[in-house]
Design a protein around this ligand. Structure first.
Ligand code: HEC
Ligand code: HEC
Length: 329
């Protein structure tokens, strides 16, 4: 009996030794690299780092409304893997004017930015929708309509940083969280996609706008006032399809950019301290080169240039629309 004591002690020590070793090994293991886990300092978008994006995310208290990687609130949707599902072009289009859902034209515009196209893996609109079905579904179901998210006053850099951060969270291994939608939901979305209604929404609408405003130009000679009203109506339609109204109100209130009511013909104070009259040439130039004259108290680099996706006739129609919203002369 007495002989048992040393043996028990040896066993106890051996077990303890094994536990200490195991503890040490696991500790070392937990510090080795990232174990394939994405690290924020390694993820970027358009030259912006996910680390800065996390700071922006915190500064705007997005978690007061959204859940991300298991933390936050449920007033807005879970954002953890949204990047993977909607892609960078959709997010870059959504964030600056979050009070309205991006239209097809807004996504096309984003895909013209080489950095966005590179992150997305394609610069082709249809290929993008194929790759990011959640973007397709959102454009189709909600494009141009208003959202329940407030528009926040981001700078261009902050938008890039937020996209980088969402890219990072979408690359995290979250053991399947958040859960994917029920199969039925996905099938419904796939069926809607197969119906092909969404592909080309923007182009057909824009092409239609172009030919229609072309024909109104011919009508100007015979019935000026009716033609002007017609042109303004085309412009209004275009402003909504192109997503302008996500950032500009038809009234005087500020959204992301200035309201359009009373803009035509007014004196505009610019960021560089000069001022300019908002005539046709100025308004057209604002659409083509938004950063050439930046309105005072507004951020540069947030409004995209619409030069590549609008014709001169379409821009004239939009200016006619802005004029129809009231001029100060
Ligand atoms: C006051 C609450 C609130 C705040 C703050 C807020 N959001 Fe939202 N957000 C919402 C709501 C609500 C929706 C859903 C809108 C809808 O369905 O109409 C939404 C939608 C979104 C979406 C689209 C989600 C999807 O599944 O389509 C993104 C992306 C997003 N928010 C990002 C952000 C980011 C980034 C921030 C912080 C910079 C932020 N939000 C701050 C309320 C908020
Ligand atoms: C992502 C938001 C956004 C979108 C989309 C957008 N704009 Fe803007 N826009 C702005 C901001 C911000 C300004 C003010 C800064 C500046 O002058 O560039 C502005 C300025 C303007 C101005 C000059 C206004 C003034 O008071 O001097 C015009 C005109 C204009 N936008 C027209 C358009 C048209 C037309 C479209 C659609 C084809 C459009 N914008 C789409 C954000 C946007």
């Amino acid at each position: 009996m007495c002989n048992d004591e040393p043996r028990k002690r040896r066993t106890a020590l051996a077990v303890l030794g094994f536990m200490v070793l195991l503890f040490a090994l696991l500790s070392v293991f937990s510090f080795t690299g990232s174990r394939e886990q994405a690290l924020p300092q390694q993820v970027s978008f358009d030259g912006h780092s996910a680390v800065d994006g996390r700071r922006v995310f915190q500064a705007y208290n997005c978690m007061g409304c959204h859940t991300i990687v298991g933390n936050g609130a449920y007033f807005g949707p879970d954002l953890t893997d949204l990047y993977r599902r909607t892609g960078p072009a959709w997010l870059a289009a959504f964030l600056p004017s979050a009070n309205a859902w991006p239209t097809a034209a807004a996504i096309r515009l984003q895909l013209r930015n080489p950095a966005v196209a590179e992150a997305a893996g394609t610069d082709d609109f249809d290929a993008y929708l194929e790759r990011y079905p959640a973007a397709h579904e959102r454009i189709e179901r909600r494009g141009g309509k208003s959202t329940h998210m407030p528009t926040l006053p981001f700078t261009r850099d902050e938008i890039g940083q937020l996209v980088a951060f969402l890219r990072y969270t979408s690359e995290l291994h979250t053991e399947g969280w958040p859960p994917v939608p029920m199969p039925g939901v996905r099938e419904a979305a796939a069926a809607a996609r197969d119906a092909g209604a969404g592909a080309g929404v923007g182009t057909t609408a824009i092409a239609h706008g172009a030919s229609a405003s072309g024909s109104t130009a011919a009508a100007v000679a015979t019935a000026p006032s009716a033609a002007t009203a017609d042109l303004a109506a085309q412009g209004g339609q275009l402003a909504s399809e192109l997503g302008c109204l996500a950032c500009h109100s038809k009234g005087t209130e500020r959204v992301v950019g200035p309201g359009w009511a009373g803009l035509y013909g007014s004196q505009r104070a610019l960021a560089d301290g000069s001022s300019v009259s908002a005539d046709d040439a100025y308004l057209v130039d604002s659409i083509v080169h938004p950063d050439a004259h930046v309105a005072r108290d507004y951020p540069p680099g947030v409004m995209p240039s619409y030069e590549a996706i609008t014709t001169a006739e379409q821009r004239d129609a939009i200016v006619a629309y802005i004029r129809s919203l009231g001029s100060s002369k």
